[in-house]
Each structure stands twice: as structure tokens, then as C-alpha cells.
Design a protein around this ligand. Structure first.
Ligand code: COA
Length: 534
């Protein structure tokens, strides 16, 4: 075991410049988070409160055990995605502790366009359900929604991963024994009615909650019948006549206490304490803001990062002297053992082979994996291709894809091209994925992409016996650079749910500890790897 000893200066001009640059990123991020937390704005909020309703975030606060942390997923979803503001994607989602159990909580925000579902709302709820399924969490739906956002129906209704998938997931998770509970605290119309109707148990709030396949307007249009929302599908109807809901609640707080009681009676296991005593690192994680280089192109030292992330700054390196551009080894975070892979340079054949072996070992011993991306990609060039770097990289990608231990992925620097795949990018199913505010991700760097496109154009013109003018090349280069810079940033990625969160370096341990605690409740799975090309 090694106690990691950082050596990078923390008070010189470079460290000060790093800290100043990081503060700017932190401020930008905080502004985006504050906007998300405000929901649909003052007017909608006032109307919401005048109806005696709590906000989505207040509901979650009252539902969860007092003083427990909430692991929010997709707080920045929807940020700048549409012409309309859709703060938090119109639904607040995360893992909370309810009656001692880790639960996936999904609360529509009715102050955002009546809580109706934009494409990002669907994507976020499906992501929440996927996390719940993988980690065997009960699902708690706090429903207050106008259903499909009608102007965009073609982007939310017909396809495989659209609205219907939410209801299919409820049915499948219920059949797997994962408790599905709804509290109807507002509107629940058309397809949305299937959320409570398909749940295992449903609570409805008198005066506020309604469930119907067709609302009053539709009924009048279809049959001429005039009926108000409460008579059509309120709490009295559904608890006394239809049996669509099980429990009658006086108000929001009463409904949430009923949900807490249902979770308390469920078969879901209570959260267990971590297997080891949690210990702080010997070096303050806040110092990471002085380590992260102001220039995103400069690499970040792996040892400096690990010394500030791992319990006691303790690390058991695996093959320390071999394939040294990728550090592999075990440690603990928040008392949970973890196998860490962190880049310290480009990936070579040796580092990729070492990673595949290390992942095999972690799967044998059921140790979760943490990937810390800081990677421009695999080494390129004639001798490396001839040495079979493609097949060695494929071994690593194969091991990452098929490992059945919980995987966590954080982009701490760059994450480009095949390096992203090898380090368990989104497509490889990490249980949670985050970026640091300084991080960047794209298929390749903007400079490289611009160069490739310029060369392609030059080749095309050369075939016609012509040459590109500098202006013509610049017209390719500048927009490419701008697009890559804008679209590779954490806010852009988080707004589209390519990652679950943007996490401050200093809060990364806390975030990972919650994730590891969540994953610890799910039953261990055996890994079966595919064919490794030797
Ligand atoms: N699609 C698009 N926009 C919707 C919407 C939907 N399904 N439901 C509500 N909205 C919008 C409203 O147009 C309004 O937008 P605005 O602020 O730009 O004017 C905003 O959401 C708030 O709606 P409003 O009716 O003023 O709020 P409310 O709290 O009084 O009522 C509902 C909320 C959800 C009960 C009501 O809007 C409603 O009945 N919506 C239609 C529900 C429906 O039939 N859905 C079918 C889906 S398949």
C-alpha cells in the first residue's frame, strides 16, 4: 500500500492562476444551478403556491429522511436546449433516503409549462428509471404534470425511448419486485394517468390531484359532456368509486407521509453502513482547484488527484512500473473499496492490457470501478499500429463494456475519441457519470477536427487541379473550433444528459460515496467477458 504524497506547488503563480480560472468556472456553474433550482419563475410559482401546493424540491425535502443527502440527477438538464427555458428539464430527480431506504424520487415541476414533458423530460425520467433498475431502488413518482408537451409530440411520443417507455419500465420494475409508488399531487392526464394507474400503490391529494385519460376539455370536445376536473378524476372519485388510487391524502404533506409509510412497509432493504470506516484524505480536496490547469490542454497529474480523493490518501497500485500512462489500483472512498483507473498520459498497448487485467481482477473480487478520464486518446503512428494498439485497446474496451461490477465515470480533464470509450464513457453504462467544471469531451479536439476537415477539402480540390484559398480554409476552421469548444463543455453536456451531474472537485468524494452506497444495495452479478483478441 502506498500513501500518496503530492508534490505540485500550491502557492506559486501557476497555482494562483489555476485557482482564479477555476473560480470563474464555479461561478458560471452556480448561476446555472440557481436558475435550475428556481423552476418556472416567479409568476408560475405564485400561482402554484396559491393552490396550497409545495414546489417539487420542497416535496422531495419533506419526503426524504431529515438531514439525509439527496443525490440529484440531471439538475442542469434542459439548460439552453430549447427556445423556452425548461429548468431542470421540468422534473426534479434523484436518489434520496426515505424510511431508511435509498429510493429514486421523480417529482414533476408544475411551474415549468404545467409540468408537461419535453423530450429532455422524457430522457431524464427514463435515465432515472434506468438507474433505479440497475441499482434495485424503489421508484417514487410525485406526479403533477400536463402530460406530453403537445407542440413537440413527434419528439416524445412515437419512438422506442419515448413516453410509452416510462410505463413499460413501471410494469417491468414492478415485476422485478422493485416497489413503484405514485403520489398524485396535481394533474395527471392522458398517458400520464398510467403513472399512478400502473404503480403498485397510489396516493392522491384531495382538491389538487386528478387522474383521467381525457381532461374536461377533451371530454367536452368528444362527447359534449361538461364536467369539472375534480368530478372527473379527483381524489374522491378514485379512492371511493374507481379504485384507481388507494390512499386519500388531505394535502401534500399528508401524501408524502403516506408515501414514507408505504416505503417503510416495503421489502426494499435498508441502507447498510459502508464496509470500512470512512476516512478523509490526508490532503484537502479543495486544493484540486489549484492543481487543475487553467489551460484545458495541459494534463492533470494523476497522483495529485488521487491523493485528494482517496480515504487516507491510500492507494494499492497495480503493476505500477508497467503501462505507467494509466494508473490502476485499489483504495477506498467514504469507506467503500474501489478499483481506480486514472489516465496519466496517452493510452499505449501496455496500459490498455494492464487495464483489461485490472478490470478482470476487480470483477473477480466484486470491487466497483472508478474511471477518471483525462485522456486525449490512444497513441497513433505506424509503429503503434503495427504493434497492434487497435487490438489492445479493444481488449480494454471489451473488459469495460462487459464488467458487471458497478462502474462510475468522471471526466476530470479531457475525454476524447476512443479514449472516452476505453475509460467507460456514457455508452458503456457507468451507473453514474459526471464531469468536473473544467472538463471537455468530443470525438477529437477542435484543432484536430478543423485540421482533418481542411485536409479533406484540400484533397478534394487537388483532385480537380485546384487549391484552397486561405479564406476558404478559415471558413472551415473557425466554425469548427467554435463548435467544438461550445459543445464539448460540461454545461452543454449536462443540459443534454450526456452526464448525470457536473461535480465540483471538492465535492467529488461526497458524490461518489452516495453513488457507492446506492450501488451497494444491488445484488452482485457475475461477469462473463467476450472474446479478447490476443
Ligand atoms: N402541452 C403544452 N403546453 C402545456 C401543456 C401541454 N400538455 N400543459 C400545459 N401547458 C402549458 C400552458 O400552455 C401554459 O403555458 P404558458 O405559461 O406559456 O401560457 C403553461 O403550461 C401552464 O398551463 P396552465 O393551464 O396555465 O396552468 P394550470 O396549472 O392552470 O393547468 C394543466 C395545468 C396541466 C392542468 C393544464 O394546463 C392542462 O390541462 N393541460 C393540458 C393537459 C392535457 O390535456 N394533456 C394531454 C397530454 S397527452
Amino acid at each position: 500500500m502506498t500513501v500518496l504524497r503530492p508534490t505540485q506547488a500550491l502557492a506559486d503563480a501557476r497555482a494562483n492562476a489555476n485557482a482564479a480560472s477555476y473560480e470563474q468556472l464555479r461561478a458560471e456553474l452556480q448561476a446555472a444551478r440557481d436558475a435550475s433550482d428556481l423552476g418556472g419563475g416567479a409568476r408560475a410559482l405564485e400561482l402554484h403556491r396559491s393552490r396550497g401546493k409545495l414546489t417539487a424540491r420542497e416535496r422531495i425535502g419533506a419526503l426524504c429522511d431529515p438531514g439525509t443527502p439527496f443525490l440529484e440527477i440531471g439538475q442542469l438538464a434542459g439548460h439552453g436546449v430549447y427556445d423556452d427555458a425548461v429548468p431542470s428539464g421540468g422534473i426534479v430527480v434523484g436518489v434520496g433516503i426515505v424510511s431508511g431506504r435509498a429510493c429514486m424520487v421523480m417529482a414533476n415541476d408544475a411551474t415549468v409549462k404545467g409540468g408537461s414533458y419535453y423530450p429532455i423530460t422524457i430522457k431524464k425520467q427514463l435515465r432515472a428509471q434506468a438507474i433505479a433498475r440497475e441499482n434495485a431502488l424503489p421508484c417514487l413518482y410525485l406526479v403533477d404534470s400536463g402530460g406530453a408537451y403537445l407542440p413537440m409530440q413527434e419528439d416524445i411520443f412515437p419512438d422506442e425511448h419515448h413516453f410509452g417507455r416510462i410505463f413499460r419500465n413501471i410494469a417491468e420494475m414492478s415485476s422485478m419486485g422493485l416497489t413503484q409508488i405514485s403520489a398524485v399531487m396535481g394533474s395527471c392526464t392522458a398517458g400520464g394517468a398510467y403513472i399512478p394507474a400502473m404503480s403498485d400503490e397510489t396516493v392522491i391529494v384531495q382538491g389538487a390531484g386528478t387522474i383521467f385519460l381525457g381532461g374536461p376539455q377533451l371530454v367536452q370536445a368528444a362527447t359534449g359532456e361538461i364536467v369539472d376536473a375534480q368530478r372527473l378524476g379527483g381524489a374522491h372519485v378514485h379512492t371511493a368509486k374507481s379504485g384507481v388510487a388507494d390512499h386519500f391524502a388531505q394535502d401534500d404533506l399528508h401524501a408524502l407521509s403516506l408515501v414514507r409509510q408505504i416505503v417503510g412497509r416495503s421489502a426494499a432493504p435498508k441502507l447498510a453502513p459502508p464496509p470500512l470506516a470512512p476516512r478523509a484524505p490526508l490532503h484537502d480536496p479543495e486544493e484540486l482547484t489549484r492543481i487543475i490547469n487553467a489551460n484545458p490542454k495541459d494534463p492533470i497529474s494523476a497522483t495529485e488527484v488521487l491523493a485528494r480523493l482517496l480515504d487516507g490518501s491510500e492507494f494499492v497500485p497495480y503493476r505500477e512500473r508497467y503501462g505507467a500512462s494509466l494508473l490502476c489500483g485499489t483504495g477506498a472512498i467514504g469507506g467503500y473499496p474501489i478499483g481506480v483507473l486514472i489516465n496519466d498520459g496517452v493510452l499505449f498497448s501496455e496500459s490498455a492490457q494492464k487495464a483489461a487485467n485490472f478490470i478482470e481482477l476487480c470483477c473477480q473480487t466484486q470491487v466497483p470501478l472508478l474511471f477518471l478520464h483525462n485522456i486525449s486518446g490512444f497513441m497513433v503512428g505506424e509503429s503503434y499500429e503495427a504493434g497492434g494498439i487497435a487490438k489492445d485497446g479493444a481488449k480494454m474496451v471489451n473488459a469495460v463494456a462487459t464488467a458487471r461490477v458497478p462502474k462510475f465515470s468522471i471526466v476530470i480533464g479531457g475525454s476524447y475519441g476512443a479514449g472516452n470509450f476505453a475509460m467507460c464513457g456514457r455508452a458503456f453504462g457507468p451507473r453514474l457519470m459526471a464531469m468536473w467544471p473544467n472538463a471537455r469531451t468530443s470525438v477529437m479536439g477542435g484543432e484536430q477536427a478543423a485540421k482533418v476537415l481542411e485536409l479533406v477539402r484540400q484533397d478534394q480540390l487537388a483532385r480537380q487541379g485546384q487549391q484552397a484559398t486561405p479564406e476558404e480554409l478559415d471558413a472551415i476552421r473557425q466554425p469548427t473550433l467554435e463548435r467544438y469548444d461550445r459543445n464539448g463543455r460540461p454545461l452543454y453536456a449536462a443540459a443534454r444528459l450526456w452526464v448525470d451531474a457536473v461535480v465540483d472537485p471538492a465535492r467529488t468524494r461526497e458524490w461518489l460515496t452516495l453513488g457507492l452506497a446506492m450501488a451497494a444495495a444491488s445484488p452482485p452479478e457475475a461477469t462473463r467477458f467476450g472474446v479478447f483478441r490476443m
